[in-house]
Design a protein around this ligand. Structure first.
Ligand code: FAD
Length: 500
């Protein structure tokens, strides 16, 4: 069965080998890998699946080209292996993404250095296309001329343009659908996942983990769930959870703010472009398309704790100014911002914008904490499955391959497109919505239309089909009105600047 249902009474009667706290991509991949290793595992998410950091990524599956700069070959190989896995396992949701970087007179990023870097990258990753069908293969990178660069990216700064570096990464336009498909796949392999359930307390006896107290966020009732192993994959909250269940572990998470902007502008090219303002030590930004609009990231700001609620107005203005210097013809204004996707990521040092370089996997038992409690904290969506493999191996001693051996076939992808162009008939839309409601446990219109059906970039469609979806939920007229109001609020909460 590939269903995710929310029958807590039934779920809590079972005994488990493992409880995973957090339904972001790290928790979801941990569920998949644990199920593959034969563990009976349950994932608890206190809100909706994937609502937090995982929803806000730039949606790029990195091939790790940037790690050549720092000679981090193991990270390069890890990223490439994971990119190939995503392309092989989710051909419906992940595809190769051409990336173009215009080149100018520059000491480090010029035709010569980029040609050498792309050649080295191609050689080091020469096995990257094994097992991939032709349309998903990652071609070699190349240096192209100035005229071709301008043709592919007409707004590229023409003054001093020497050509462009063209390479390939991969993109997952609907990253939350991908996360849901990981949970459905886990369900086929015996994994259970429940949303709107918060792990509030660790149960232990004689220094060993016995399970957790789980609060049903929708009813307020508490349940005991038993398991000798607990994984804390609570993303930005993993340090707070570790502190509550064991003791503070600063290495788990020192927050740093990161954000992407969705602009009401056409994409700049068919793929992604990588741009940098010509002056000083400017940051590199990536821009590609999300739902036909221009999606640019990633801005960074230092923060000292988890209490922020997004970037400041000054932070966003500085980012737009940087982007406008990099692409003078763009002239992006704050009024063009449709939405800001932001989240907290682990920094290398307190108050730094430099992100942690490695995933942290912590066995609390080894540090004098409860035996059977583990924490995982990572910095990339791309490498969440590889982290989960290492985590499961450190818990069980079992080493799994980077393929899908031991997993059942991925279930047929859900039919989640409710757009009138794809299922014009109202009856068909209601039928599809009911299928998602029955099999994926959305609890609100926002869960259904934004996190299951990827309509975040298309508010008009989301609002136009909302009444049909209320019928699929069988809500009363009052409930439907309140749900539609919540959806409208979510969609218009495009960006409220924080005070500086
Ligand atoms: C702006 C931005 C751009 C990015 N771009 C990219 C990119 O292009 N490519 C890439 O590979 N990576 C990217 N990333 C990084 C990537 O998004 C993160 O590394 C990843 O999503 C982190 O996933 P997570 O599961 O650790 O955290 P989260 O997704 O935050 O999940 C943690 C979950 O734990 C839940 N939780 C917390 N406490 C409890 C509890 N007590 N009980 C139950 N549940 C609990 C939370 O509700 C949350 O859903 C980006 C990140 C940001 C912020």
């Amino acid at each position: 069965m590939a269903s995710i249902t929310r029958n807590l009474d039934q779920v809590c009667r079972e005994a488990y080998d493992l409880i995973i706290i957090g339904g972001g991509i790290y928790g979801s991949m941990s569920l998949l890998e644990a199920s593959r290793a034969g563990l009976k595992a349950i994932l608890l998410e206190k809100n909706d699946f994937g609502w937090q950091t995982s929803f806000n990524s730039l949606r790029i599956i990195h091939g790790g080209l940037r790690y050549l700069q720092t000679m981090h070959f193991s990270r390069l190989y890890e990223s490439v292996t994971e990119r190939s896995w995503f392309l092989r396992s989710f051909p419906d949701l992940v595809r190769p993404l051409p990336c173009l970087m215009p080149l100018y007179r520059n000491l480090t990023k010029n035709r010569l250095t980029l040609r050498a870097a792309l050649r080295l990258n191609d050689w080091l990753t020469r096995n990257r296309n094994e097992g991939l069908p032709p349309e998903f293969q990652i071609p070699d990178g190349q240096i192209i001329g100035a005229a071709e660069t301008s043709r592919l990216f007409p707004l590229a700064r023409s003054n001093g343009l020497r050509g462009g570096a063209l390479w390939y990464d991969a993109v997952m336009p609907d990253s939350n659908r991908l996360l849901m498909e990981v949970l459905r796949w886990s369900a086929c392999a015996g994994g259970t996942s429940v949303n709107y359930v918060e792990a509030t307390e660790l149960l232990r006896s004689d220094g060993m983990v016995r399970g957790v107290i789980a609060k049903d966020v929708l009813t307020g009732s508490d349940h005991e769930i038993e398991a000798p192993l607990v994984v804390n994959a609570a993303g930005p909250e993993c340090r707070a959870v570790a502190q509550r269940f064991s003791e503070d572990e600063p290495t788990l998470f020192r927050p740093s703010l990161a954000w992407n902007v969705l602009l009401d502008r056409a994409p700049l090219s068919d793929g992604a472009v990588a741009v940098q303002a010509p002056t000083g030590n400017s940051q590199m930004y990536f821009a590609h398309s999300l739902g036909g609009r221009l999606f640019v990231g990633t801005g960074h700001s230092p923060v000292h704790d988890n209490t922020v609620s997004g970037p400041t107005e000054d932070g966003v203005s500085a980012m737009l100014a940087d982007i406008n210097r990099a692409i003078p013809g763009l002239d992006a204004q704050q009024a063009d911002i449709k939405r800001i996707f932001w989240g907290l990521l682990p920094a290398r040092r307190p108050g730094s914008v430099e992100l942690a370089s490695d995933t942290v996997i912590l066995d609390h038992g080894q540090k004098g904490g409860p035996k059977g409690l583990f924490s995982v904290s990572g910095v990339k969506f791309t490498t969440a499955r590889s982290a989960a493999r290492r985590l499961v191996s450190s818990m069980t001693g079992m080493v799994t391959g980077s393929d899908n051996a031991g997993l059942p076939d991925r279930p047929t992808p859900a039919k989640y497109d409710l757009h009138p162009d794809k299922c014009g008939e109202r009856a068909e839309r209601i039928r599809r919505a009911r299928e998602i409601i029955d099999n994926e446990a959305p609890n609100s219109l926002v869960d259904l239309l934004i996190r299951r059906c990827n309509l975040v970039g298309d508010p008009d469609t989301a609002l136009s089909i909302a009444p049909d979806c209320c019928s699929a939920f069988d809500w009363s007229a009052d409930e439907s009105i309140s749900q539609i109001a919540d959806l409208a609020e979510f969609l218009k909460a495009e960006w409220r600047p924080m005070p500086n």
